[in-house]
Design a protein around this ligand. Structure first.
Ligand SMILES: C[S@@+](CC[C@H](N)C(=O)[O-])C[C@H]1O[C@@H](n2cnc3c(N)ncnc32)[C@H](O)[C@@H]1O
Length: 299
């Protein structure tokens, strides 16, 4: 049986499930009451995307983008070949669960699948199955690659992780039929708008300190110059008449003299909201933090 509501099929750094109730307050009703296009240039696991797909039947289409090719390929596989993917994942799940009780064997299985993934010789469906397997079983659901684009996250310590959530994968596949998938830099998404378009931008966050934050999801860091380039993109969206909402870390909460975002986005509305961070290497730091929600809407 197909479940009704699609939800993220991955664990992802910066996943927004915890923040949806805050984010939804800033979606302009005047925009979402009629046909509209939704664009998410840094989609990750798509918590906001799925919320939008489940809540707005009047949505004309959604456009998602990410610089992570493995991720976008996996969305594509789920969209076009969910049954084949599910069959592969069921086999992997059975094999992995049958090793329960032997950490050594689980470890060997994990690293074997990881090196198969890194060979990048499999067809797309198999590569996507390996990607989902690694995401569900690795340390904290991280995605990290080295300079050679090799995924290098170690095994996590989950006892019997769900690797194949069949009903959700089918629901995701159905929901994605309305979604255009793009792979590459966020700026290309401006070519995929219509006159009534809402953007939700969730870039890699500016680190709160040198060591606190993990922000290299793919090759190349999202540094301050990138944050500035993103602000210039928001200016462009604004002058083209598009609505946007953007999340980022509240660096001022950590250091009262750090006005980086307050200065950068001085022309727009900046709200501070409470967020629960899920991915943080240090358990005691997984608490409540303030995050920024910035928008060109009048709220
Ligand atoms: C904070 S995460 C998004 C989290 C997402 N909202 C969720 O719920 O899982 C940021 C994403 O931006 C992507 N990214 C990094 N640099 C990018 C770029 N220049 N253009 C597009 N995407 C980029 C990363 O691969 C990552 O998936």
């Amino acid at each position: 049986m197909n479940q009704k509501n699609a939800k993220p099929f991955l664990k992802w750094a910066g996943g927004k499930t915890q923040l949806i109730t805050e984010i939804e307050k800033y979606f302009p009703p005047s925009l979402t009451n009629r046909k509209f296009v939704y664009v998410e240039p840094f989609v990750g696991s798509g918590a906001v995307l799925f919320w939008i797909l489940n809540h707005f039947p009047q949505l004309e289409k959604a456009v998602i983008n990410d610089i992570n090719a493995d991720l976008i390929d996996t969305y594509q596989t789920i969209k076009s070949a969910p049954e084949a993917l599910i069959s592969l994942l069921e086999v992997i799940q059975d094999e992995y669960h049958s090793l329960d009780g032997s950490d050594e064997q689980k470890k060997a299985y994990y690293y074997e699948k990881r090196s198969l993934f890194n060979k990048r010789e499999q067809n797309r469906t198999t590569h996507s199955a390996l990607f989902i397997f690694l995401n569900r079983t690795c340390f904290n659901g991280l995605y990290r690659v080295n300079r050679k684009n090799e995924y290098n996250v170690p095994i996590g310590s989950y006892k019997k992780p769900t690797i194949c959530d069949k009903s959700n994968l089918l629901a995701v596949s159905e929901a994605l039929q309305k979604v255009e998938l793009l792979y590459g830099d966020f700026e290309q998404t401006i070519d995929h708008t219509s006159e009534n378009t809402l953007f939700y931008l969730d870039p890699p966050y500016k680190p709160l300190s040198e060591t606190s934050s993990f922000n290299s999801y793919a090759k190349g860091a999202f540094n301050d110059e990138e944050q500035i380039r993103l602000k210039q993109f928001c200016d462009k969206l604004n002058s083209s008449g598009h609505s946007w909402l953007l999340s980022n870390s509240d660096v001022k909460g950590q250091n009262a003299t750090d006005n980086f975002f307050d200065d950068l986005y001085a022309d727009f509305t900046i709200k501070r909201v409470t967020a629960k961070r899920i991915i943080n290497a240090l358990p005691k730091r997984r608490g409540c933090l303030k995050e920024l929600l910035i928008t060109n809407q009048h709220v």
